[in-house]
Design a protein around this ligand. Structure first.
Ligand code: UD1
Ligand code: CA
Length: 452
């Protein structure tokens, strides 16, 4: 097959977004609109040309991809003019696929179909039938063959009744595209160079326009404002949820599941409502996630139970571990097999060994915790002296009594016991009880103050 060049039109400002950001940098599932289109373009083509205009530097910096050929359109003189900026950089003997930076949900199979159609016919057009075609270019057919596209503002009353509309997406042999683009003029209601006019030129040139009609109006929907952005976000999330459920994931409520990244999972995993997945998250087999959890960039093993309202980021959770409810697992936490991290526990940059328990109200930071350790309620590793962070090491089998503070750097020996309420400022020996609290005594003569 000939080379395919993707031309992505992304010069528009997107005034209706009411944003300082160019439209194509608005995000859908944490990826820019342009990023979504680029992803599809790259599946099909190794030559990507992006026509940019408004906010160009911001677009280039944000996308930060040096495999892209950026083409500036200084003045926006129409879609035909936009494509004219890119074609001089494309060899005649290739296929040009025209895409839009603000049409993010375009599907791979549709593009393949369109390219196949364009390869045989020279010009292939993607259209869609809409209940309300207002605003779009109408497809004019005669004996079923496409004759032309007429823009809303140029259409007659009769043409305005046509419900088959131009999506803008087309595949055209580059040599023909250049030829037809060179014949464009701005004699139309908007005084622009319309890309759509190449269809009539092709017909006049004796070409039969190949037609691909999608039945999925969302894959060709453009985003012009925040309402449409939110609408497509839900469509995208629904599509993902369906895909994951077909792969065996149980979602208690697919309408309350959001994945803004990539999720992979083993068998019999179950996710309850209001879960947010971001970045790259993997789940083993039989892992369950209770309501209201946020999980970002995490590797979670088999048989893990994540209880409600837990937040996990950049962490590894071992097989059989239990997390939450209300746990916060922060970056570089590595929770061992069968470990338990309970409610209101924060773990940061720490390893928790196999079978260890931090069940209630604790902060464990910059620590290495061995196996089968029990960390009592309210224990704090005091890792920060105001300037530097220091490490706490807790040996296997140690027991840290409730409400103790371990002032780092400090090491607690294997099987050591720390009495409740201790402030440990130097290393505690293996196998022994260490206490730092003062001895309890009554004060027999003490009286409560009386009100003056
Ligand atoms: C265009 C089509 C119309 C189609 C509709 C689908 C033309 C003349 N009309 O109309 O038939 O139904 O899309 O949404 O093509 N752009 C540039 N540079 C320009 C002009 C536009 O990069 O000079 C980009 C815009 O950023 C946008 C896309 O091209 O992403 C479409 O432009 P827009 O002005 O929205 O075209 P429509 O009038 O909607
Ligand atoms: Ca548009």
């Amino acid at each position: 097959m000939t080379n395919i060049h993707a031309i992505i039109l992304a010069a528009g400002k997107g005034t209706r977004m009411n944003s300082a950001k160019p439209k194509v940098l608005q995000t859908l599932a944490n990826n820019t609109l342009l990023g979504h289109v680029l992803k599809q373009a790259k599946l099909i083509s190794q030559h990507i040309h992006v026509v940019y205009g408004f906010g160009g530097d911001q677009v280039k910096q944000s996308i930060n991809d040096n495999t892209i050929h950026w083409v500036e359109q200084v003045k926006q003189l129409g879609t035909g003019h936009a494509v004219q900026q890119a074609t001089p950089h494309i060899e005649d003997d290739s296929m040009s696929l025209i895409l839009y930076g603000d049409v993010p949900l375009i599907q791979h199979t549709t593009l393949e179909q369109l390219i196949n159609a364009g390869t045989t016919s020279g010009v292939a057009l993607l259209s869609v039938n809409l209940k309300n075609p207002t605003g779009y270019g109408r497809i004019i057919r005669q004996n079923n063959a496409i004759q032309a596209i007429v823009e809303q503002k140029d259409a007659s009353d009769k043409q305005l009744k046509i419900c088959e509309v131009n999506t803008g997406i087309m595949a055209v042999q580059t040599k023909l595209l250049k030829q037809y683009l060179s014949g464009l003029d701005a004699n139309n209601a908007q005084g622009e160079l319309y890309l759509t006019d190449i269809i009539k030129s092709a017909v006049d040139d004796g070409k039969a326009i190949a037609s691909v009609i999608t039945t999925d109006e969302f894959e060709v929907a453009g985003v012009n404002d925040k309402t449409q952005l939110a609408e497509l976000e839900r469509i995208y999330q629904h599509q993902q949820a369906v895909k994951y459920m077909q792969q065996g994931l149980s979602l208690k409520d697919p309408s309350r599941f959001d994945c803004r990244g990539a999720l992979t999972f083993g068998q019999d995993c179950e996710i309850d409502f209001n879960t947010l997945i971001e970045g790259v998250v993997t789940l083993g087999n039989n892992t369950t996630i209770a309501p209201n959890c946020c999980i970002k960039n995490a590797k979670i093993g088999d048989n893990v139970t994540i209880l409600a309202n837990s937040v996990i980021e950049d962490a590894v959770i071992g097989t059989g571990a239990s997390i939450g409810p209300f746990a916060r697992i922060r970056p570089q936490a590595n929770i061992g097999k069968h470990a338990k991290i309970g409610n209101f526990v924060e773990v940061k940059k720490s390893t928790i060994g196999t079978g260890s328990k931090v069940s209630h109200l604790s902060y464990v930071g910059d620590s290495i915790v061995g196996k089968e350790v029990n960390i009592g309620a309210g224990v704090i590793t005091c890792n920060y002296d105001g300037i530097n962070k220091h490490q706490t090491i807790i040996g296997d089998g140690a027991f840290i009594g409730s409400d103790s503070q371990l002032v780092a750097p400090v090491t607690i020996g294997k099987n050591a016991t720390i009495g409740a309420g201790s402030t440990i400022t130097s290393n505690a020996p293996e196998g022994q009880l260490t206490l730092s609290r003062s001895k309890q005594r009554p004060f027999p003569n003490w009286k409560r103050p009386v009100k003056q």
